[in-house]
Design a protein. Sequence first.
Lengths: 161, 740
Amino acid sequence: MSVQRIRMAVNGVERTVEAHPMERLLDVLRETLGLTGTKEGCGEGECGACSVLMDGSLVNSCLVPVAQAANAQVVTIEGLGSDAELDPVQEAFLRCGGSQCGMCTPGMIVAAKSLLMHNAKPSREEIREGLGGNLCRCTGYMRIFEAVEAAAQAQESEAAR
Amino acid sequence: MRKEGAAKVCGTARYIDDITLPGMLHGATVRSSIARGRITKITFDAAIPWDEFTVVTAADIPGANCIALIQNDWPCLAAEAVNHPEEPIVLLAHADKHRLAEAVAAVRVEYEALPSVHSIAESERKDAVVWGEDNEFKRYLMEKGDVDAVWAGADFIVEGEYETGAQEHLYIENNGVIAEYSDAAGVAIHGSMQCPFYVHKSLVKLMALPEDKVRVVQVETGGAFGGKEDYPSMIAAHAALLARKSGRPVKIMYDRAEDMAATTKRHPSRTRHRTAVTKDGKLLGAEIDLTLDGGAYSTLSSTVLSRATIHAGGCYFWPSLRVRARAMATNSPPHGAFRGFGAPQSLFAMERHMDRVAAAVGLTPEELRRRNFLRPGLTTSTGQGIPEGVDLAHLLERAMELSGYEEKRLRFARENEGRAVKKGIGMAAFLHGAGFTGSGEQRMGSVAAMDATWDGTLRVLVSSTEFGQGTNTILCQIAAETLGVDYGAVQMGPADTSLVPNSGPTVASRTAMVVGRLVESAAKEMRRVLAEAGLIGERYTTEVFQRAAAAYVAQHGELRTEGRYEAPPNVHWDDDLYRGEAYGAYAWAVYVAEVTVDTVDYRVAVDDFVAVQEVGRVINPVLATGQIEGGVAQGIGYALYEKVVWDKGRMSNNQMTNYIVATSQDIPPIRVYFEEVPYQYGAFGAKGIGELPMDGPAPAIVNAVSHATGADFCAVPLLPEDVMAKLAQGKPSAVEVVSA
């Protein structure tokens, strides 16, 4: 197959990339579009460091051929918040100590965001399950669970205002 | 709040693979396919346009062909012989990284195979002599009292043999570096690493360059756990050689399979205990025979063995003790540093053995421990005195209370009767020495500095690196508090060997306690300099202090102060006899694990985990708690999941798919409690913390599994098949062979 022109919306911005259709979405995001916040940990869909949202679903971008992302809405860590204005989930990870080395963090935050979009007030058990596809080698997960609970709380208070 | 935390949660923190330089090539490594042999021929398949590639062999090394560590026996590139699978032989670089895999496969290395050894037992038997004259990297003999005299007076003599497996660090960021080279500037390395000055030392030797022509900069590092202590020197050396030959920047970024197969692991171990004890549970003495599998080259094995030796007797008072310790060569990639550094191995044996001694004597595990704990007035295995304030009995009480230990211990034993799903609860009591062993800190003579920039930004200058554990945050906190300014006013300088003094490697739980203390001294000195110059008074705001610093820089061109290591008073260490103050301070802990063992499918789950420890003053509770929780999670993996499967020295399960670590669904509630007894010579009273939590989980969990099942398990990792092998013993077989 030859190089194709593929259109997708990345973090709300229409992008057209020229890529081999079987190129990994991960590489297109990192190398073609310069969005290096999405990380590679294993390249085989085990660790979740490359998690992004594709049309609202949580996917491992190392397993997605870019052709499959044609016309999709892709959201990466860069699409959630910035230094100046953190997303509540990012804020909670920062405050609760949910990020140590930071390598699993972007994928973990995207996974947490996805969980909270589908379940605004997850139980501890639901959080454990919801993040089951994202490995963290530093934290032992406790601070991450607390961060997700804090973010849920923050979103609830925000909604109640 | 974590200094670099905002960048990490936003995805803007720049790791090595996020950096691309103009004209940069990508490097790859051709590795040995056999465990041991002589290289007879290297051919390059004509199907590849080799003129497009940069090719490096050992012949291209300008200096010494070694990665400099303790002994210089670790080749950078194999020249004539290979001693383990995955040993680097040829390096390739190309602008298009997708062209590399095919090219690597097109380099054919032919060998004359030699016999190899693949276990401690094979190495001891000298089935083949693969290192030195006898396969032995290092040997220690540590003696206290008169062990030979204790056996006669013993009511019980309890023997046991314990084994621990290799463990992969599995940091989420694989190893990677970028090298640049020019004849004028020398070599510059940016990379993921723990110890910039280790890489520096190694490159000076390898590239035959003066020290000021080698610059090493650590960039954001995605986890390390000891796994980025020695190996980054190897990758940096490879990238530097390719950069020198090609004249272009070269990035080498391992993928997961290569990182797992080629880089270091925790040393496998075998420990034999023989213990003399009285009928009322007083330990009289012990002989401990401890052996580590070091892999093919000596690398850090002697120092790992040293820590394993000193921790072998655990947190108990031994009137007499003899520890014989050896590190042996085998033909696998060298085993290296991993959180705990030998102590998890010898403490697993000690703490499993204590439960078995208790059973032999007829005491509960907690009572036997209580009767033999080290306490003020007694001495450790090396004869080091125990300072006032150390109270293991109190830690034990607290851990038992918080875990509901006594009630559960009795109830589980009662309820397990006749049930397929059994519950158990077990404990481990232990210690971990903080900082380098023995006279290591004196020899290192670390220096930390602080400076101010023209605009009054205050910077901490150290070679101590951040890789998740909180170096940046802790050191800035210490500096800010000492200077009397806001935390936000203090920044970390870059971990760049051309800018910072050598504060030593970031290892051995030494950063907060030892380097923190040096930062504290440098900060005190900065305050003194500004006060002496009349720029600050007794009381000042952050703004006033920063203006004063800026004014000083404007007047003098520079404001830079230093803190230099000074040994605490009355510290003596005898390296030959292994007697004296082995560490500046020990951290102490009692952990309790509660488990469920399913005797139908043989799965073990950890249901609850209580970690009580005394680590001096806790400087940052969120980070400290995170360190303990993370260490416990790795310890749970070490105990129950993480098995490196070896095939003639090669890791055959070098994928996350089949090397299993604990996920969010496997981790129980980890409940962390600190007792704070400030340590006089640590920064703000801190002792080391990073490695301690790796030591306790494996024995506590296996003790709990033994409690649940009544079976004696003596090895980790303890996988379902291991549980089955033991529990199915004696059961009538459900399968019979009817014809062959």
